[in-house]
Write a protein that binds this ligand. Structure first.
Ligand SMILES: Nc1ncnc2c1ncn2[C@@H]1O[C@H](COP(=O)(O)OP(=O)(O)OP(=O)(O)O)[C@@H](O)[C@H]1O
Ligand SMILES: [Mg+2]
Length: 500
C-alpha cells in the first residue's frame, strides 16, 4: 500500500508555497527528497504528516482518501515525522520522551518499570550509548536526534519522514543512522522519506529520488536512473553554479601574528585544550561528535564556565565570562543549535540579523534601521536567502534561518569568529557562497575558527586543522592541504584506539 500526495497546494498569508505537488512513497523504500532552501520540502512533509492542512489536492493511503487533522491522527494511521527542529522535551528523561502520549499503565498507575525496561531494550537494539533514565537535556545533539528517530520507529510507523536527520551527526554516526534506517525499512517494510542536503551521504541508501524547486516537483528518478549529477543540476537550476573548489587561498604564514592562544583550557567537561590561530587564518576544528568542539566555542563565548588555563587575544589575557563580554572583545559566535540559542522566532529576519550590531547604526541616539537592514540585506542576497525577510524568522525554511544567523555574525565585524557547523542545513548552491564569505572574513584579517563534521568541507575551507579528542586538544596543527578525509578520521579515532 503506497502513501500518495496528489496535486497538493498550499499558500501561507497569500504566498503560494506548493503549486500542485505529486509525491508517492512505497513500503520498504527509501525515497530521497531534495531541493534548495525554501523549495517546499518541509512544507510537503508537514502536510503528509498531519501538521499543516492543505488548500487543495488529496492524500491517499492505498486507494483510500485520508484527512489528517493532527500529527497524532497521522501517527494513528502509521505516519510519523521527525522534524528539522526536534520535538523532545528536554526536562524529561529518555524513557518519558519515548513513551510521551502513550504512557503504559498498570491498574491505573504509570507502569514505569515496563517503560524503562522497554526503553533500555530499544536503546540496546540500536546500539546507542545513553541510558533510559538520562535527562534529554543532558544528551548530545546527535543522541537527541537518534532518540527522536527511534521514538517514532517504536510507534509502529509504516511511513517515516525524516527531515534532515543527519545534519548534526558526524560522518560515521550519520552512516550508522542511515544504515539502521535502511535495515528497518527493509525488515519491517517501512516507507521512508529522507530530506537532506548531503547528497553524498544519503544517495547510497536511496531507492528513488525527487527534487523540488519553487514548490513544484521538477525531477524524479528511480534507482536505475539515479545520477548525482542530474540531481545536483535539478537542485541548483540556473540560480547558481555549484563549485566545490573555488580558487584556493594561500594560508597565512608564520610571520602573521598569533591572534588567539589557548593553553590548558579546562571546564567541567573539557580538559587541557591547546591551540593557536593567527590573524587571517581559518582554523578548522575537527573531531567526533561529543569531542568537545561545541563546548569549546561556548566556553570562549562565555556560555560555559572556564575552570582553568589561559586564553590570550592579540597578546592580551582574555577571561571569558558572558556573551556580552565576548562581544565587547570582538568575538562573534554562530551557534550549532539555532533554535535553542540562536534566534528570536517572532522577530523579523532583519531584526534577527542586525540584533547585536544595532549600536553601530546609531547616530545622535537614533538607530538607523534602514541602514542596518540594507547592510544585512546585502549579505543575505549573496547567500540567495529566500522568503519574506521582513516577516518573522520562524516562517523561513530551516536553511534560510541559518543564513540569517550567518549574516548576523558576518555583520559584527568581529576579530575572532567562531563558526559551529556554519553550513548545517544549507543547500549546495548557497554553501559555495558561504565559503566565499568565510574566505573574505579571513582576507580582512579576521581569525576564524570553524567547526565542521564534513571532512571535505573542512579540508576545502580551512587553512589548518586541529583535532579534538574526548574533550582535549593537543594543539598539533595540521596543514589542510596535506590531508585527506581519511587522515582526519584516523586522527580523530586514534585516541579511541589507543585507549581501547
Ligand atoms: N508557516 C509559514 N508561514 C509563512 N511562510 C512559510 C511558512 N512555512 C513555510 N513557509 C515558506 O514556504 C517556503 C518553503 O519552505 P520549506 O520550509 O518547505 O522549505 P524547505 O525546502 O524545507 O527548505 P530548507 O532546505 O531550507 O529546510 C519558504 O519560502 C518559507 O518561507
Ligand atoms: Mg526544511
Amino acid at each position: 500500500m503506497n502513501y500518495q500526495a496528489q496535486q497538493i497546494k498550499i499558500a501561507f498569508t497569500g504566498v503560494q508555497v506548493l503549486h500542485g505537488v505529486d509525491f508517492c512513497v512505497k513500503p520498504g523504500e527509501i525515497h530521497g527528497l531534495f531541493g534548495h532552501n525554501g523549495a517546499g520540502k518541509s512544507t510537503l512533509l508537514k502536510i503528509l504528516a498531519g501538521v499543516n492542512a492543505h488548500d487543495s489536492g488529496e492524500l491517499l493511503l492505498g486507494d483510500r482518501v485520508i484527512r489528517l487533522s493532527s500529527p497524532r491522527d497521522a501517527l494513528n494511521q502509521g505516519i510519523a515525522c521527525v522534524y528539522q527542529e526536534l520535538r523532545l522535551i528536554p526536562g524529561m528523561s529518555v524513557w518519558q520522551n519515548l513513551f510521551l502520549g502513550r504512557e503504559l499503565r498498570n491498574k491505573g498507575f504509570l507502569d514505569e518499570v515496563t517503560m524503562r525496561q522497554h526503553t533500555t531494550q530499544v536503546i540496546d537494539e540500536y546500539g546507542l550509548s545513553f541510558h533510559a533514565s538520562d535527562l534529554v537535556r543532558d544528551l548530545s545533539h546527535p543522541d537527541k536526534q537518534m532518540l527522536e528517530v527511534i521514538a517514532n520507529l517504536d510507534r509502529d510507523a509504516r511511513f517515516l519522514f525524516l527531515d534532515e536527520p543527519t545534519t548534526a551527526l558526524e560522518g560515521s554516526q550519520a552512516e550508522e543512522l542511515l544504515h539502521a534506517v535502511q535495515r528497518i525499512a527493509r525488515e519491517k517494510n517501512i516507507g521512508v522519506v529522507l530530506v537532506s542536503h548531503k547528497l553524498d551521504e544519503v544517495l547510497g541508501v536511496c531507492d528513488r529520488a525527487t527534487v523540488m524547486c519553487g514548490g513544484k516537483v521538477i525531477y524524479h528518478a528511480d534507482k536505475l536512473t539515479l545520477s548525482k549529477a542530474a540531481i545536483v543540476d535539478a537542485i541548483v537550476g540556473d540560480a547558481a553554479v555549484y563549485q566545490a573548489s573555488s580558487a584556493k587561498r594561500t594560508a597565512p604564514t608564520e610571520s602573521q601574528p598569533v591572534f588567539l592562544s589557548v593553553k590548558h583550557l579546562a571546564t567541567s567537561r573539557l580538559k587541557d585544550i591547546n591551540l593557536t590561530a593567527r590573524q587571517g587564518e581559518i582554523l578548522g576544528i575537527y573531531g567526533l561528535a561529543g569531542a568537545g568542539r561545541t563546548r569549546f566555542c561556548r566556553t570562549l563565548y562565555g556560555l560555559e564556565t572556564l575552570t582553568g588555563g589561559e586564553v590570550e587575544l592579540n597578546g592580551q589575557t582574555y577571561r571569558p565570562s558572558t556573551p556580552a563580554h565576548a562581544i565587547k572583545h570582538h568575538i562573534a559566535y554562530l551557534t550549532e543549535e539555532r533554535k535553542k540559542d540562536g534566534f528570536i522566532p517572532n522577530m523579523s529576519s532583519f531584526a534577527n540579523a542586525t540584533l547585536p550590531i544595532l549600536q553601530r547604526f546609531r547616530t545622535l541616539g537614533w538607530v538607523n534601521h534602514h541602514q542596518a537592514e540594507s547592510s544585512a540585506l546585502a549579505i543575505l542576497n549573496r547567500m540567495n536567502t529566500r522568503g519574506t525577510l521582513s516577516g518573522p524568522i520562524k516562517s523561513l525554511s530551516g536553511g534560510n534561518q541559518q543564513k540569517v544567523l550567518f549574516a548576523r555574525v558576518i555583520g559584527q565585524n568581529a576579530e575572532l569568529v567562531l563558526l559551529d557547523e556554519p553550513t548545517k542545513g544549507v543547500d549546495i548552491g548557497a554553501k559555495a557562497d558561504i565559503y566565499k564569505i568565510i574566505y573574505q572574513l579571513a582576507e580582512a584579517g579576521c581569525c576564524v575558527l570553524m567547526v565542521s563534521s564534513e571532512e571535505e568541507e573542512l579540508l576545502e575551507v580551512a587553512d589548518n586543522i586541529v583535532v579534538f579528542r574526548q574533550g582535549s586538544c593537543d594543539g598539533v596543527t595540521l596543514s589542510a592541504s596535506a590531508l585527506t578525509p581519511a587522515h582526519l578520521r584516523k586522527a580523530a579515532w586514534s585516541h579511541e584506539e589507543a585507549t581501547a
